[in-house]
Design a protein around this ligand. Structure first.
Ligand code: MG
Length: 445
């Protein structure tokens, strides 16, 4: 019998003498196995859990190991093409990884990343994120520690957040913002509807102007003037004590975006988000040359070729990647560290199209990264919490990480099965429709 095996059996026997419960014993056994040099767990199964508890399709990868009760979860949510992520994980990554040990996360990430030859696409990156985050969850459960401890521990107690205050009219936005401020939020994203048009982040009102089509309508110049007026009204009525954010959602032409950022400078924003689309990154230099408005960018990014130049040239202030779209916790941690070297702070994408496992990965990054900026927050409804036990907790505008091992989240798979994907009347399977200008030109969503 090896020395490690003797040490292992002695420790387990000791736990039994102390009269601990079977569940504690199982956890103790995992920690002891990990610390006594026992063979690492091996991947026995990879499955995908899909559910839609709050109107948005959520996808989570589950890795089951050959050790009793040891498994992990990872967020793989790409809600607009959700049905494609499951086969990417189960038909390609599962056979590639079966019987691999779980202990080499970086090595597994790199080998999976290379295994498709063509890479950096949203479907493959989300499947990879599911694997990556599930492996971190397993490592945390083995160690008996939350993932934030494995990444070096906390830089702060909790993550400061912003939430969404919207409305069809200015007054409705103001009223909602005040309500959130009374709840303790110090930062609010403000969005107002554009009458008769499909504005982003707020419901529409009024009758659509005449157009050469019957699709949702949007005119960038009109939105630009209305949104700037909203920022003026918000600063006047909400005062200087609140931080204001606004998502331009890449709806403007590049030269309009430069003008918008310049005109918004006087409102002293926390940040303006996504002034440009990933196709127009070259215009960030013009924004920088024209104003000091803080800029957040990156929720649509999938490739290092997109975020590296913006960070290295200090063209943005906040990197706003959707963690699963970049491939998971492992690459996101590297983005945070790269950004820290250039004075860029983090603002991970965190609306409803992130599963609670993904939100826990976000808040873990928030707490371990010195250059944390702010965290976008979306509440978890009751149905979501019936499926995902242990969602990050919100108190007074701060988001708190779990202190349980791994991500600290357990998924009730029976409850998830009762909230399946729902196809809407458009039969787009979660995909988005189209928005067009008056003359019929399609525009970016
Ligand atoms: Mg956005």
């Amino acid at each position: 019998m090896s020395i490690q095996r003797r040490h292992f059996l002695k420790t387990i026997a000791g736990a039994g003498v102390l009269g601990v419960t079977p569940r504690c014993l199982q956890a103790q056994e995992r920690v002891t196995r990990a610390t006594c040099g026992m063979p690492a767990p091996r991947i026995k199964d990879i499955s995908v859990i899909e559910c839609q508890p709050a109107g948005v399709r959520l996808t989570v990868v589950k890795i089951t190991t050959d050790q009793d009760g040891l498994y992990g979860y990872g967020c793989a949510t790409f809600t607009q093409r959700a049905d494609l992520v499951k086969p990417a994980a189960e038909k390609y990554l599962k056979p590639f990884l079966l019987n691999h040990t779980t202990d080499r996360i970086e090595d597994i990430w790199q080998s999976c990343y290379d295994s498709s030859y063509w890479k950096n696409g949203p479907v493959l990156n989300n499947a990879l994120s599911g694997i990556d985050q599930a492996l971190w969850d397993i490592k945390g459960r083995q160690a008996g520690m939350p993932v934030y401890q494995l990444a070096g521990g906390k830089c702060r107690e909790a993550a400061d957040t912003y939430t969404h205050a919207d409305g069809a009219e200015f007054q409705e936005v103001i009223d909602n913002a005040k309500r959130y401020m009374e709840q303790g939020f110090r930062n609010v994203r403000v969005q107002v509807g554009v009458p008769g048009m499909a504005g982003y982040g707020a419901r529409r009102s009024g009758i659509s102007p005449k157009a050469l089509h019957n699709k949702p309508l949007f005119e960038p110049a009109y939105y630009m003037r209305r949104a700037l007026k909203l920022l003026e009204v918000c600063r006047e009525q909400l005062g200087d004590e609140v931080e204001l954010l606004h998502d331009m959602h890449e709806r403007l032409l590049p030269n309009q975006a430069v003008q918008f950022c310049k005109d918004a400078e006087k409102f002293k924003m926390f940040f303006l988000e996504d002034p440009l689309s990933p196709e127009d990154l070259g215009y960030f230099r013009q924004i920088r040359q024209n104003c000091a408005t803080p800029i957040a960018m990156g929720e649509l990014f999938n490739s290092p070729h997109e975020w590296q130049p913006l960070i290295a040239e200090r063209l943005i202030d906040y990197i706003r990647v959707h963690v699963s779209q970049a491939g998971g916790f492992t690459p996101a941690r590297k983005i945070a560290i790269l950004a820290e070297q250039y004075g860029v702070r983090t603002a991970w994408h965190g609306p409803g199209d992130v599963s609670p496992v993904g939100h826990m990965a976000n808040v873990t990054l928030d707490l371990v990264s010195y250059n944390f900026g702010i965290q976008e927050y979306s509440p978890f409804n009751e149905r979501t919490q019936e499926i995902f036990h242990g969602c990050p907790e919100m108190k007074d505008g701060y988001l708190w990480v779990s202190e349980q091992p791994g991500w600290g989240i357990e998924i009730d798979e029976k409850a998830a099965a009762k909230a399946p994907f729902v196809s809407g009347p458009d039969n787009l399977n979660g995909g988005w429709g189209e928005i067009r200008k008056r003359d019929g030109t399609v525009i970016k969503q």
